[in-house]
Design a protein around this ligand. Structure first.
Ligand SMILES: [Zn+2]
Length: 347
């Protein structure tokens, strides 16, 4: 799931980004800011927000307390997406990758003289969406950066970038906030009882949790869990469930399964009494229904299979087939999984 860029111009870092911000700001102040930064971190931790706010600061004519002022000419231009020194690059609406022509255009613009403040900024997000030609073209820009150039590459998957690019960028790591920090931040925006669950599904990324809250399918989360219970009781068929579920975002389906199994493991190891410790607190009754005739070994083996499946997301995997296998194992109570090592099962 792609996180939509924030609507307004962001000027300040998010609460869990302050340390990374301060370090970068100090380097800007003492003139040791590199010309290429790789802003990385887990999905939904606000990497693009951070990069954009830092770009605003770098371009601002009158920064206030280490942030862009929000009201100088440059800040106004940036807010109106009309700053001649700021060049965001992302995947075009009708494409699936950042293309070489976009990088060439960026390089040409960055080679021009800055309009004000001496800086010119290129912001690529998600940078791992560059195709091979685009990445090659960017390398040339990196070899001979014009004065005042700052390139910000934003990615949740730095390993997907060519090593030649990674080695030329200094990494800025955006941490995943502690769950209580994240839930408080989310509640400040919109109070909801299911933030802990959504945050769990989002892998801890608060901005991804915000996106999930808007997703229609996510509101059907309890129905999905009901379906899992019905698979176990034989009321539903694994193949039809897989066909139905394969229409949804595969990574989300797998994440839902992952936290469902994690919750079952918690309930099994704590003797079915740890309601408050589980992620799906609102699905406690459903989880209890699913617990019959399932052993811990089977649950752990299934969790390993889910992790393997999650690693396939983004590759040309057949999602429906993948889900069929998982739902069949689940409907059979993970008996075979718990009994035999994974390798012996032929996938
Ligand atoms: Zn300003």
């Amino acid at each position: 799931m792609e996180i939509k860029s924030l609507q307004q111009l962001s000027l300040t870092p998010l609460p869990w980004q302050i340390s990374a911000w301060q370090q970068l700001h100090a380097r800007m102040e003492n003139g040791t800011l590199p010309h290429a930064l790789l802003v990385c971190g887990a999905a939904g931790t606000g990497k693009a927000h951070f990069a954009q706010a830092f770009a605003a600061l770098a371009l601002c004519r009158h920064p206030e307390k280490a942030h862009a002022c929000g009201h100088c000419g440059s800040c106004h231009q940036l807010a109106a997406a009309a700053d001649p020194d700021y060049h965001p690059v992302t995947i075009p609406e009708d494409k699936t990758a950042i293309l070489v022509d976009q990088i060439r255009e960026l390089s040409q613009t960055l080679a021009l003289t800055s309009q004000h403040n001496g800086r010119k900024i290129g912001l690529l997000t998600p940078a791992d969406a560059m195709n091979a030609n685009a990445a090659n073209s960017l390398l040339k820009t990196l070899e001979e950066p014009s004065a005042g150039t700052l390139l910000l590459l934003v990615t949740a998957r730095p390993a997907r970038l060519p090593a030649t690019i990674r080695s030329r960028y200094q990494a800025v790591r955006i941490i995943t906030p502690a769950a209580d920090t994240a839930v408080q931040w989310l509640n400040d925006r919109e109070p909801r009882p299911d933030w802990p669950a959504l945050l769990g599904i989002a892998g801890g990324g608060p901005l991804l949790a915000l996106e999930l809250a808007k997703s229609a399918w996510m509101q059907e989360r309890l129905r999905f869990y009901q379906m899992l219970v019905e698979l176990r009781t034989g009321q539903r068929n694994p193949l039809s469930c897989a066909a139905e579920t394969s229409r949804e975002d595969l990574s989300l389906v797998l994440r839902l399964l992952q936290i469902w199994i994690t919750d079952l493991i918690i309930l099994t190891t704590t003797g079915n009494t740890s309601g408050p410790e589980i992620i799906n607190v609102d699905a406690f009754a459903l989880l209890q229904n699913a617990l019959t005739r399932i052993n811990l070994r089977g649950l752990h083996a299934f969790l390993s299979r889910l992790n393997e499946a999650l690693a396939l997301v983004g590759t040309p995997v057949n999602g429906q087939l993948l889900l069929e296998g998982l739902f069949m194992d689940w409907s059979e109570g993970l008996q075979t999984l718990g009994a035999a090592p994974l390798a012996a099962r032929g996938g």
